[in-house]
Design a protein around this ligand. Structure first.
Ligand code: SAH
Length: 296
């Protein structure tokens, strides 16, 4: 009985929130928590913790070491549709998995539902991982989810991930900046609201810049036409990367005026990323991943 209590104590300290505080460089708080833990003999469960974790764009090798450690000690994993199966396979086997697909998925949970789910699980004392594709702070609503945790005083940490733009660009051989072609990059949400794009076109068509559109597949024709109408040259190189970093990654290369038709013909499905700018022409020389018939 005594040995069991001792084991549980050390498990709590080394695998739980106190160790997390040390890893986060908050030694002082860790010491305080350790003291409190020593004084109490674990009479009632404490609040757990939520980890907002970036899963990266699909290749499980692109998960950070910190994310891996957290995935392997989680009690519950709350994930959505962008998280690839190989990344889910890295999670602790005993962990409960809760799928909260987004808008288009059938069994979707509205955003308010996800926020309160995270709060409830943490208050049950669980180590909760909220696992999101790419980076949680880039078009990932990560901010909204931790706002409600902060309001409820649930402890949380954020673990960044490789965002789709970095992953797709690297695996497609398209450097997003290049001294000869682009000195800046813009990450833009390309989805339409009520069938319309509300974008700052003047800022988008500036020279010397690469544009990366997330969520742009449905509106690709409107995106390309909008850029041309606002002054970008119709033969500006443009690429579409489907399922970037994954074994079935596909890259379509074209020009602003030609890419939408190519995409239509090729039967492309989400998730896809669109890259527009002079840098796209580098793909010809620099592509290295998964080269074979039907790509490039
Ligand atoms: N937080 C995520 C983005 C979420 S928005 C991130 O940082 O990557 C969802 C969009 O991301 C998709 O519509 C698509 O445009 C893009 N995306 C995510 N993963 C992708 C992948 N493996 N290949 C291509 N596009 C991807």
């Amino acid at each position: 009985e005594d040995a069991r209590a001792r084991r549980q104590f050390w498990e709590r300290v080394l695998g739980g929130p106190i160790a997390e505080l040390v890893f986060a460089g908050r030694d002082h708080e860790a010491e305080g928590r350790m003291q409190a833990e020593l004084e109490r003999s674990g009479a009632h469960p404490e609040t757990g913790e939520v980890f907002l974790v970036g899963a990266g764009p699909g290749d499980p090798e692109l998960v950070t070491l910190r994310a891996l450690r957290v995935l392997q000690s989680a009690d519950v994993i709350v994930h959505d549709r962008l998280v690839s199966q190989p990344v889910l396979d890295l999670c602790r086997r005993e962990a409960e998995r809760i799928y909260v697909g987004k808008e288009r998925a059938f069994h979707s949970v509205p955003q308010e539902g996800i926020n309160s789910l995270l709060v409830r699980l943490a208050k049950e004392g669980k180590r909760v991982v909220r696992l999101k594709g790419g980076d949680p702070f880039i078009f990932g609503r990560g901010g909204e989810e931790i706002e409600s945790l902060a309001a409820e005083e649930v402890p949380f940490q954020v673990i960044p991930g490789i965002t789709a733009a970095s992953g797709c660009a690297a695996y497609a051989g398209i450097p997003l900046t290049h001294r000869d072609f682009a000195q800046s990059v813009m990450f833009v949400a390309g989805h339409q609201k009520d069938g319309k794009l509300t974008l700052n076109w003047d800022a988008l068509v500036r020279p010397g810049q690469t544009i990366v559109f997330y969520m742009g597949l449905a509106g690709i024709e409107a995106l390309c036409n909008g850029l041309i109408e606002n002054g970008m040259r119709p033969d500006m190189p443009a690429a579409l990367v489907q399922r970037g970093t994954q074994p079935d990654q596909r890259v379509l290369i074209g020009t602003l005026d030609g890419l939408p038709a190519r995409v239509e013909e090729s039967g492309v499905t989400a998730p896809t990323l669109i890259i527009v700018g002079e840098v796209v022409q580098l793909h010809d020389r620099l592509s290295w991943f998964n080269r074979g018939p039907g790509t490039g």
